[in-house]
Design a protein around this ligand. Structure first.
Ligand code: FES
Length: 74
């Protein structure tokens, strides 16, 4: 996933929730991997990282039901 917030980078903070979304604070716009700009109208938004949300690019909680597999060890 290669989405990048487009607001002044100094004002944008991100926090990855383990097994869940990326919390983005202070962004004015979110650009998804297809280049589509999504206006951000709230101080904090949750961006989906599992790509299973019905409201992409935003998290709708579906990640809680996604089965994960442990990374393989080489
Ligand atoms: S991270 Fe929550 S639905 Fe994808």
């Amino acid at each position: 996933m290669s989405e990048v917030p487009t607001a002044d980078a100094q004002d944008v903070r991100t926090q990855a929730c383990p097994g869940g979304p990326l919390l983005v604070r202070g962004a004015a716009t979110w650009v998804d991997s297809d280049g589509i700009e999504h206006p951000v109208t709230r101080p904090v938004v949750a961006v989906c990282r599992c790509e299973r949300s019905q409201r992409l690019p935003w998290c709708d909680g579906t990640h809680k039901f996604v089965t994960r597999t442990a990374p393989s060890v080489a």
